[in-house]
Design a protein around this ligand. Structure first.
Ligand SMILES: Cc1ncc(COP(=O)(O)O)c(C=O)c1O
Length: 396
């Protein structure tokens, strides 16, 4: 296995711009040890067999409900990732729309900014829901007026991202919520990236908008523990403003030999290790630890940004709110520079529209900054001097 790994990207050295996250080495070690301690148990049995796992899941959810200013009727559950959290929220919203009078078979739709994650399209495809991806404002944030124009009586959900993956900007949640409220449409906030980062950055004094249940009209929130919660994969959370909506995310069935089967996830069996890992990391870091990491992360992201902007010919494609940077080139093919970065052992994150390079930073990238920026400057300089176009495609 070690030999097979030889061709893998060196993530420990910060050479991949996505897929892995780190706060501190001790948080990673504690998460891994907790995961291993519950390696065999199954979170599906958290209510009957492995009560400790059920208790830890409850405590993780309660900590997050508090973090997201949830009202008394709110509830949530853990899932195996952002895509699953989004799937369950879409299912709940669809069933709420049906409960309010739309008929099965009616073509429902979701209105969202074009920067939102394809997990919504995946859910929509499975549930035969029409997707309406709406153009962005100049800031590359959601355009609430354009979203209002795209919505109709069959709109079962609107989406705002906090932040969106491509550009790293937080959509104007309050403005989108005002539209959704006026029309009686369910608003989901996809905080898969920022859910466990924004509250702590705000506590540190960063000027960031409200994105959670504090905003009237936000009916569900997805937030990934395995991204900026720094918990072992696979772990995410999804929350509902009221318990009836949470009940709609469930699959509740008993027409088979073994009796009642209730799950709030697509998965049946789930790794108890991920629950234990999340519980351990949340308790280990605590508010203070997360605030410290948020401070370090934003400082590092600003240093990356300054270094990128110091390279002649590069500019940010959006004004980043947190730790995702997307930048483009003036008058040369940035993918050609990306190819040169790949040849030096960096996995390039490419965006296709507009053509750019993309970084989702964690503390793994702290040590890599100088080397990355030096290689980037060299690659850009070479392409500017020698020209060249890349045939590479952006791949997520
Ligand atoms: C904004 C956003 N939402 C949802 C997801 C999906 O998360 P997952 O890969 O855990 O399914 C991602 C993943 O990067 C994301 O960036």
């Amino acid at each position: 296995m070690e030999a097979m790994k030889a061709g893998d990207i060196d993530w420990r050295a910060g050479r991949t711009p996505l897929y892995v996250f780190r706060a501190t080495d001790s948080a990673a070690e504690i998460g891994q040890a907790a995961f291993n301690r519950f390696f065999t148990e199954n979170a599906l049995g958290g209510k009957r067999a492995f009560l400790s796992v059920g208790r830890m899941e409850r405590e993780v959810i309660d900590m997050a409900l508090d973090l997201f200013h949830a009202p008394g009727d709110a509830d949530g559950h853990m899932t195996t990732g952002g895509s699953e959290s989004i799937f369950m929220a879409v299912k709940a919203a669809r069933d709420a729309h049906r409960a309010a009078g739309s008929k099965a078979g009616q073509q429902l739709n979701i209105v969202m900014p074009e920067s939102a994650h394809p997990a919504f399209d995946k859910a929509a495809q499975a549930m035969e829901i029409e997707m309406r991806r709406v153009g962005l404002a100049q800031s590359r944030r959601a355009d609430p007026a354009a979203m209002a124009d795209a919505a109709d009586a069959r709109t079962m959900m609107m989406v705002a991202s906090a932040p969106c993956f491509p550009f790293g900007v937080i959509d104007p949640v309050a403005e989108v919520a005002a539209v959704a409220r006026e029309r009686g449409i369910w608003l989901h906030v996809d905080a898969c990236v920022g859910g466990y980062l924004i509250p702590f950055a705000k506590a540190n004094g960063e000027d960031l908008p409200d994105f959670d249940f504090q905003v009237e009209g936000v009916r569900s929130i997805s937030a990934d523990l395995h991204k900026y919660g720094f918990c072992p994969k696979p772990a995410s959370t999804v929350f509902f403003r009221d318990a009836d909506d949470m009940a709609r995310s469930a699959f509740d069935f008993d027409v088979w030999a073994n009796g009642r089967f209730v799950t709030h996830t697509i998965a049946g069996t789930r790794p108890a290790g991920a629950v234990a890992g999340a519980w351990a990391v949340l308790n280990h870091l605590g508010r203070e630890g997360y605030c410290a990491v948020a401070r370090d992360l934003l400082k590092m992201a600003r240093a990356y940004r300054a270094g990128i902007e110091a390279v002649e010919g590069l500019h940010m494609l959006a004004e980043p709110d947190l730790t995702i940077l997307n930048f483009g080139a003036d008058g040369f093919d940035i993918f050609a520079a990306a190819d040169r970065m790949a040849a030096k052992g960096w996995l390039p994150g490419r965006t296709q529209d507009p053509r750019g390079l993309h970084l989702m930073l964690s503390m793994l990238h702290a040590r890599a900054r100088e080397a990355y920026l030096a290689d980037l400057a060299e690659a850009v300089d070479a392409v500017r001097r020698e020209g060249g176009a890349s045939a590479a495609k952006a791949v997520y």
